[in-house]
Write a protein that binds this ligand. Structure first.
Ligand code: ADP
Length: 396
């Protein structure tokens, strides 16, 4: 018997994360998750299904279609009964119009291609992944899940830059990203603690990319990321908030052009730039250089500063939620973020925090602090299941 499945794809510049989900039941059930990394170089594939973990070097994955071919052949070999009814894609930019996942048609592809200048390092790779999947699964529904969608109901003041109006109309706005992660975490919070979900919540998604989101009753009302995925917190290799005057200086005094500045801000800044050592928090925590310590100091400082700013946007705070590789695992970072936050009503429980417990605030803390591991893939799989069912019903 064949099994109705959805494939999820999250295509970055040199990697594709993938997942295979059984969508025959009420909710998608994961069958396999994995990653092809270092596409364009010596590509490797890692996959996990059931109790099995597999890692292998790939010879035929020089580009995205090649990597997708490898993923496809793994699916075919390990899950011969799988019938791919839908492919769900993470697409970084949906522009101002898309507040929900959408079925990818030729018209939508053309619309999304026009947004490439807004996310030049991500959008072209996302769309290349879509084209490769359309060729590999011509009969499957292709679904786009936008990182920007979750933030589309921001109040205007949180959406605008103080530039002449024409720029807003051209799309120069604060979009906000990491929406799939926030969507998942918000849903989990609703399940674990509905009373908190109904209130004022800040979610800190702290991974290689990092941002924070203010949620009121589960809806995003503000985010530290804006027009691009550069703004807000310092990240693994990205600068975070920067005075725009710095860009003018780099152009006029350092003679840097757009490509050089892009390379500097996206790939050589953040934790890597400040530490001169690594973009990886584990490496920085293990290092005894003063530069590594300062890079961590700045990371923590900016998070605490943005916490205050977002709490002001919310008019107070009921819960702080950590997610992402750092948020879920780096207990010392969480501790440092929460220390001295008594003024806002937040007291950490050190033992719970050290144990990576779900609730890490002290019993008497008015503001609850939680750790909720994020899962962007399941959010994509749910959308793929929902929209492909809708497409089938419309066709019947
Ligand atoms: P991405 O944005 O690429 O998905 P992740 O969410 O996987 O990134 O987060 C990667 C970051 O999480 C890295 O900086 C890594 O060092 C950090 N990290 C993962 N595990 C730990 C840990 N146990 N302690 C400290 N940092 C950790």
């Amino acid at each position: 018997m064949t099994e109705a499945c959805a494939l999820t794809l999250n295509a970055g510049s040199s990697s594709i994360k993938f997942g295979l989900f059984d969508i025959a039941g009420a909710a998608p059930a994961p069958l396999m998750t994995g990653l092809v990394e270092n596409i364009g170089g010596a590509a490797r594939m890692k996959a996990e299904f059931g109790a099995e973990k597999r890692a292998q070097e790939l010879s035929g994955a020089a580009d995205h279609p090649g990597a997708l071919g490898e993923i496809l052949s793994l699916v075919r070999t390990e899950f011969p009964q799988a019938r791919i009814e839908a492919v769900g894609h993470r697409v970084v930019h949906g522009g101002p119009a898309h507040g929900e996942p959408a079925l990818l048609t030729a018209t939508l592809m053309a619309e999304l291609a026009k947004l490439e200048p807004f996310a030049p390092l991500h959008q072209p790779h996302n769309l290349a992944g879509v084209r490769a999947a359309m060729a590999a699964f011509p009969d499957a529904a292709q679904i786009a899940c936008f990182d920007t969608a979750f933030h589309r109901n921001h109040p205007w003041v949180n959406d605008v830059f103080a530039l002449p109006r024409e720029f807003y109309d051209k799309g120069v706005r604060r979009y906000g990203f990491h929406g799939l992660s926030y969507d998942y975490v918000s849903g989990e919070l609703a399940r674990i603690a509905p009373h908190l979900h109904a209130g004022r919540v800040i979610v800190a998604h702290l991974g290689n990319g990092a941002s924070m989101c203010a949620l009121q009753g589960g809806r995003s009302v503000g985010s530290t990321m804006g027009f691009s995925a550069l703004d807000g917190l310092p990240m693994g290799t990205r600068c975070g908030q920067l005075d725009p005057g710095v860009l003018l200086y780099l152009m006029e005094q350092e003679g840097m052009d757009a490509r050089a500045i892009s390379d500097l801000l996206y790939k050589r800044s953040g934790l890597l730039g400040l530490s001169g050592l690594s973009n990886d928090m584990r490496a920085l925590e293990a290092s005894d250089t003063p530069e590594a310590a300062q890079a961590i100091d700045y990371f923590v400082f900016r998070i605490r500063r943005e916490l205050g700013a977002l709490a002001a946007v919310l008019g107070g705070l009921d819960a702080l939620v950590f997610c992402g590789g750092i948020g879920e695992n780096a207990r010392r970072i969480r501790e440092r973020i929460c220390e001295g936050m008594g003024w806002i009503g937040l007291e950490i429980d050190h033992a719970a925090n050290a144990a990576n417990a779900t609730v890490i605030s002290a019993e008497l803390s008015r503001v609850r602090a939680l750790v909720i591991p994020t899962d962007e893939e399941i959010v994509i799989a749910r959308a793929a299941q929902r929209l492909s069912a809708g497409t089938r019903q419309a066709a019947e």
